[in-house]
Structure formats: structure tokens, C-alpha cells
Design a protein around this ligand. Structure first.
Ligand code: UT7
Length: 350
């Protein structure tokens, strides 16, 4: 028994933030952002009205309706995010509440950019064992709430945007259809190269010798309670060693795609549509070049939404499907790399 995507939806906040708008608060330019990342604009929530779980609920409602279901039919939720509404509980239970479903299990997962691929892999296993029938897998992020809107944070801030994507997975008797394989990888050796340290239980001293830490000699700059010193030293923002991440991404993306091809006995030439995590247009172009994919076989929307981490693959997959670029019988490959480091791929026969 395979799991297939029975319904898919996405939702992005209305507010468009152009590169030009960012130049008003930090030392950056439209040219730099477009040239280095491909991003032209991104969406930000109205922080008084929207949260990660409300974005997720909008995307989920569309996916559920397209699957021909009502929220009561969902029997398990997998919620991927690095920007939850609360430190705890996870956003899965909040999504469950928004949808008005009581009693079903909700699992929050924290594998960042690879979250949707981990999520559908988990759903696939539950469906294969017969444990659940209608699983909602969601990736949602509100990055705008946590970014550093000064020049100091510009290498991270210009990249990220808010949004949500969702899919309902169901069993199919047709073994040639649905999720054919997933591969999941991680290497915690690189955890601090793309991380949001505070609040956290680490205490700065523990991380003293770890690569990528911005505040290695300041043990007080870690902890669950934000201190005035942390605020003064701006130790409250995400940290990214951009070039280092880039270097690993262009190796791991192709490795995960090749592994998925091998698992299903095909070559990259057989892939009808590659939906890469929208990290940086330059990363995607390098992958495209490596495999010789024509433009029509790779979907990009980073230009409009920036990098929406766990939401990026389901948003792109849904948009490509809505545009008629994915048809029944197509071989669709999802691939991602990001914080953790985590990476992986999935191969789906649509
Ligand atoms: O989805 C999660 C995974 N994340 C990724 O995959 C991100 C991977 N990395 C990247 O996408 C790229 O490394 C970035 C887009 C983040 C940065 O591009 P880069 O070409 O690697 O630039 P850089 O960090 O090496 O910085 C080059 C220069 C620096 O100035 P100097 O030292 O050469 O004078 C930066 O200070 O560009 C400067 N810079 C900026 N300038 C204008 C960094 N950010 C900006 C900015 N505007 N926003």
C-alpha cells in the first residue's frame, strides 16, 4: 500500500514586501538580493491577525476540501515548522483546534527546510502500516517575527518569507502511484552553522568550541530567559554561515535526488518535475545544470515568496499543480537541504 497526495493547498499572507522596502531599514540593494538569491519579494504576516498555525489552517482547509474530505475525516496531523506560535505546545495542536478536530494525534517535527519531506515520509509509514488513513502534513512558517531588521542581519533577513503549504495523504491500492520512496538524512556536526540559539537550554559556554557560534566567549548569552545583555548584543536572531551552507547544499541536493532515483530504478531523465526547496535560485540553477534539466522540469517560485523553509516545497508543489504543470502519471521529485544539517528527497508518481 502506497500513500498518495489526495489534496494539496497553500496560503501566503497578503502583504508583499519588496526588496526595495528592505533597503529602507538596512544597507542592502535590490540588485544584490536578486543577483545572489533570485528573490524579488516575499510575504509577511499581519502580526496582529496571523500566526504560523493560522496560516497552516488556511492551507489545510484547501487541501482537505480538494481531497473531498471534511476536517473530521483527518485522523493524524504532522506539523513541520521552525517558527512555532509558542515555544510549547507545538503548532500541531493549535492547527487541530483551528480546524475543530478533537482527539486525533498531532506531531510537531523540527527538521527545518527538510520538514515537508520528513513529514510525508512519516505519513507514508503510518499509511503503509494501516494505522491511519487521512493524514494532514503541513509546513508553515512566520519568519518575519524573528528576523533582525538591521544591517547586521541582512544576509539572513533578505532571504526569508512567511507562508504555509499542506497536503492530505491517503492510501492507494495502486502500487505504481503515490510516494515511491523517501530518503532522510542529517548531520548534527553542522548544527550551529544555521541556527537560532536563544531561547534555549544550551548556555553559551557549552557551545564555546562549536563552529559558527557568533557569541562563543559569552556564556551568559544563552538560556531560556532572554536577558537585557542578550537584547543589547542582539543574540536573539537566527545565525547563518551562508557560504558554508551553500557549499553543502549543492552537494547534498544532488546526492538525495540520485539516491531517490536509484531506489525507484529510474534516472534523473525520467523525472518530469523537480520541486526543490526554495533556498536560493543559484543553488537550484546549479542542481538543474548538474542534471541537465530543462527549465520546464524545475519549478521555482522563490522570486515571489523568498525562502519559506518547511512551507517552501508544499507551496511550490501546489502552485505547479494548480498551473497544470504536474499531470497524472508524472514522476515528481521533491528535494531539500537546510538547518541541522538535514537533507532528503522524495519521489512521487502523481
Ligand atoms: O534554506 C536554508 C538553507 N539556506 C541556504 O541554503 C542559504 C545558502 N547561502 C546563500 O544563499 C548565500 O550564502 C547568501 C545569499 C546567504 C549570501 O550570498 P553570498 O554570495 O554567499 O554572500 P556572502 O555571505 O559571502 O557575502 C558577500 C558580501 C559580504 O560583504 P563583503 O564582506 O564582501 O564586503 C556581505 O557582507 O555581501 C555582503 N552582504 C550583503 N550585501 C548587501 C551580505 N548580505 C547582504 C545583503 N545586501 N543583504
Amino acid at each position: 500500500m502506497n500513500a498518495r497526495i489526495a489534496g494539496i493547498g497553500y496560503y501566503v499572507p497578503e502583504r508583499i514586501v519588496t526588496n526595495e522596502e528592505l533597503t529602507k531599514v538596512m544597507d542592502t540593494t535590490n540588485e544584490w538580493i536578486v543577483e545572489r538569491t533570485g528573490i524579488e519579494e516575499r510575504r509577511y504576516v499581519d502580526k496582529h491577525k496571523e500566526t504560523t498555525s493560522t496560516l497552516a489552517a488556511e492551507a489545510a482547509k484547501i487541501a482537505i476540501e480538494r481531497a473531498g474530505l471534511t476536517p473530521e475525516d483527518i485522523d493524524f496531523i504532522v506539523f513541520a515548522t521552525l517558527s512555532p506560535d509558542y515555544y510549547f505546545p507545538g503548532s500541531g495542536v493549535l492547527l487541530q483546534r483551528h480546524l475543530g478536530i478533537k482527539g486525533i494525534g498531532c506531531l510537531d517535527i523540527r527538521t527545518q527546510c527538510t520538514g515537508f519531506i520528513y513529514g510525508i515520509s512519516i505519513a507514508d509509514q503510518y499509511i503503509k502500516t494501516g494505522m491511519y488513513k487521512n493524514i494532514l502534513v503541513v509546513g508553515a512558517e512566520v519568519h518575519s517575527a524573528g528576523l533582525d531588521f538591521t544591517t547586521r542581519g541582512r544576509n539572513v533577513t533578505v532571504i526569508f518569507g512567511d507562508g504555509a503549504g499542506a497536503a492530505v495523504l491517503q492510501p492507494t491500492e495502486d502500487e505504481t502511484k503515490g510516494i515511491l520512496t523517501t530518503n532522510l538524512h542529517a548531520d548534527g556536526e553542522y548544527a550551529e552553522h544555521l541556527a537560532f540559539y536563544n531561547p534555549g537550554t544550551h548556555g553559551g559556554a557549552f557551545l564555546k568550541d562549536q563552529g559558527g557560534l557568533e557569541f562563543p566567549d559569552e556564556p551568559d548569552l544563552g538560556g531560556m530567559h532572554l536577558t537585557q545583555e542578550m537584547l543589547d548584543k542582539e543574540a536573539i536572531y537566527p545565525h547563518m554561515n551562508g557560504r558554508y551552507v551553500f557549499k553543502h547544499a549543492v552537494e547534498k541536493f544532488p546526492a538525495a535526488i540520485e539516491e531517490a532515483c536509484e531506489a525507484v530504478g529510474c534516472t534523473a531523465d525520467d523525472i518530469n518535475m523537480l520541486i526543490p526547496h526554495q533556498a536560493n535560485l543559484r543553488i537550484t540553477q546549479m542542481i538543474q545544470l548538474k542534471f541537465g534539466f530543462e527549465d520546464e522540469r524545475v519549478y521555482n517560485n522563490i522570486q515571489k515568496y523568498g525562502n519559506t523553509t518547511a512551507a517552501s516545497i508544499p507551496i511550490a508543489l501546489c502552485e505547479a499543480w494548480e498551473k497544470g504543470l504536474i499531470k497524472e502519471g508524472d514522476l515528481v521529485c521533491l528535494a531539500a537541504f537546510g538547518s541541522g544539517f538535514t537533507w532528503g528527497a522524495a519521489m512521487i508518481r502523481w
